[in-house]
Design a protein around this ligand. Structure first.
Ligand SMILES: [Zn+2]
Length: 153
């Protein structure tokens, strides 16, 4: 008897910052919104098999709160007028107890999540006492290819 493992998987990719700077209703920071494309696939035995649609997620590039958009709406917004002022943000994590031996903590929640505004040099703390899994989720939920983790010595 063959047993197939069947499910869906979302692939995400960050597309850029678009539109005008707006104040975020959650964190009150004023930035252009980030746009992330979502592609959903059915997988069988973990091999992507066929696409079942997707869309976009438009989010505050600082706190990550946002809304889902249909591809058509998102493309309209992305083709609209964008504030030409450069916006460069880097999401990264710090691993505070990187030097502690494995097994020292049952769950290593010594990760911190930061966003650096590379234009102003400001470092913004998003989360502290969090885990590597949360850091990985943030990476996926923002469609980032890399989210560097800095070991704190
Ligand atoms: Zn925000």
């Amino acid at each position: 008897m063959a047993l197939f493992i069947y499910g869906t998987k979302a692939f995400t990719s960050f597309k850029g910052y678009y539109g005008q700077k707006e104040e975020c209703e959650h964190c009150h920071r004023v930035y252009k919104k980030g746009y992330m494309k979502i592609n959903r696939w059915v997988h069988i035995d973990y091999i992507p098999f066929f696409p079942i649609g997707g869309g976009y997620f438009k989010y505050c590039p600082i706190c990550g709160n946002g809304v889902n958009l249909k591809s058509k709406e998102a493309k309209q917004e992305m083709n609209g007028v964008t504030d030409p002022e450069p916006q460069q943000l880097k999401v990264y994590a710090k691993h505070i107890l990187a030097n502690k031996p494995k097994g020292f903590l049952e769950t290593d929640n010594s990760y911190e999540l930061w966003v650096r505004d590379e234009i102003t040099g400001e470092d913004i703390l998003l989360l502290n006492q969090t885990t590597k899994d949360v850091v990985k989720n943030v990476k996926k939920n923002r469609g980032l290819k890399i989210l560097p983790i800095v070991d704190v010595q």
